[in-house]
Design a protein around this ligand. Structure first.
Ligand SMILES: C[S@@+](CC[C@H](N)C(=O)[O-])C[C@H]1O[C@@H](n2cnc3c(N)ncnc32)[C@H](O)[C@@H]1O
Length: 402
């Protein structure tokens, strides 16, 4: 008989080093063992366990949980009763999953290939995402009601010769289309950066819409700003929604008045103040967006031209030396801490936004467990979605489309 302590040790090693899908199968099995979805995961989960120990078998959840050196008392456990199921693709750290679970959604499959993002996800949801979506066996993806994906925007040009979603072959949205074709979710909920609208003179967005229509979805899309959903951040994102019979009506979304950064700032913590020369302008004003450009760092102010690799970013991102006032909004958080953004003018001083404040201006709940590496935490929140905006859209999806 293998001792539990031996098995725990082996499993711990595996948790720490694996990038394979064994733990994804196992944790997906655990979170779905009462709803029939576990049949998708049971075989590989069993095989994975038998690799770790000859004498281990899948047993019901309570015993198994004691066996695993994983956190199951997570801040965001799946709802015990649920109204709909969903997929969390390109899951990052679960910016879709938090609000959809709050609306009584049950995640039945998740994919994310970045190791550090997988760890953050596991600590918060008790589930390890499957890895590279391009290498997935589609048979393990269960049927579901809503497919969510904040997919990376990749260039593709349209040959115009092929039919359906073949036009996007070789890109990540193609892999999403394959899942949609196979599992026919009721609703497709996609998110992307604003630049998608202009990418390849609008052809990229047009192709995505056309391909979803070819898969029999009625599609609508809109550019939305997180600042209209109660968070002090000017973050514009394209939202694309498809449904088998009904066009999603964006006009029903409930927006909120713009708020300011000051409202959410940390108190009584040690701030990092800017210790290099900067200029605060005498004459400043609130921009239409709600940003208050109040000054700039004096060092290496960018002159004309676009820095390589930033062509697709908004104007604000290309001006990393700008300082914005806490009386207004913050510009969209970037995914690079080194981008030079994050400096705010508050209480007569210039200081860096804390990592905690970054998670607050994306609307993440306080109980969210951040990655232990600060640079990974900055990257992960900059890549994520604004939770209250996703929640309002999902609320309307539930009301209009399910
Ligand atoms: C824009 S982020 C989405 C973040 C997510 N919506 C969230 O709330 O955190 C895109 C994510 O896709 C992941 N990704 C990129 N290529 C992938 C692939 N081939 N398979 C799985 N995940 C991938 C990246 O690691 C990144 O975390």
């Amino acid at each position: 008989m293998v001792k539990y302590s031996t098995v725990k040790k082996r499993l711990k090693i595996e948790v720490e080093r694996t990038t394979a899908n064994g733990l994804a199968h196992l944790t997906h099995y655990f979170q779905n063992h009462v709803n029939g979805v576990s049949q998708h995961y049971i075989k590989p989960a069993t095989e994975y366990l038998s690799q770790l120990s000859d004498e281990l078998q899948l047993v019901e959840e309570p015993q198994m949980q004691q066996l695993l050196p994983m956190k199951f008392d997570v801040p965001f456990p799946p709802p015990t009763e649920y109204d709909f199921t969903f997929l969390d693709l390109f899951a990052g750290i679960g910016g879709f999953r938090i609000p959809l679970q709050e609306l009584k959604g049950k995640c039945v499959f998740t994919s994310e290939f970045n190791y550090q993002a997988q760890r953050t996800y596991e600590h918060n949801f008790g589930e390890v995402p499957f890895g590279d979506i391009t290498k997935l066996d589609l048979n393990i993806v269960p049927k579901h009601d809503i497919l969510t994906a904040g997919f990376p925007c990749q260039p593709f040009s349209i040959s115009g010769k092929m039919k359906g979603f073949e036009d996007t072959r070789g890109t990540l949205i193609y892999n999403v289309f394959q899942i949609i074709e196979k599992r026919q979710p009721k609703v497709v909920f996609l998110e992307n950066v604003k630049h998608l609208i202009h990418h390849d003179k609008g052809n990229t967005l047009k192709t995505i819409v056309k391909d979803l229509e070819a898969l029999d979805y009625k599609v609508s899309w809109k550019l939305l700003n997180a600042s209209d959903f109660g968070v002090p951040q000017n973050r514009e994102r394209v939202i694309i929604i498809g449904h088998k019979d009904i066009k999603f009506d964006f006009t029903k979304l409930k927006t909120k008045p713009k708020t300011n950064l000051k409202r959410i700032l940390d108190k009584d913590v040690k701030f990092e103040y800017l210790d290099e020369p900067y200029t605060i302008l005498d004459d400043y004003r609130i921009q239409e967006s709600g940003l208050i450009f109040i000054g700039h760092r004096n060092k290496s102010i960018r002159i004309a031209g676009v820095r390589p690799g930033t062509e697709h970013l908004s104007r604000v991102h290309k001006q990393p030396n700008r300082i914005y006032s806490s009386e207004g909004l913050h510009p969209a958080l970037p995914s690079q801490e080194s981008s030079g953004r994050f400096w705010i003018y508050d209480e007569g001083k210039v200081r860096k936004l804390t990592i905690n404040e970054c998670y607050k201006i994306m609307g993440f709940p306080e109980k969210f467990i951040k990655n232990s590496s600060l640079s990974d935490s900055y990257r992960q929140i900059g890549n994520s979605v604004c939770v209250p905006m996703i929640k309002e859209i999902a609320t309307q999806i539930k009301a209009q489309l399910l």
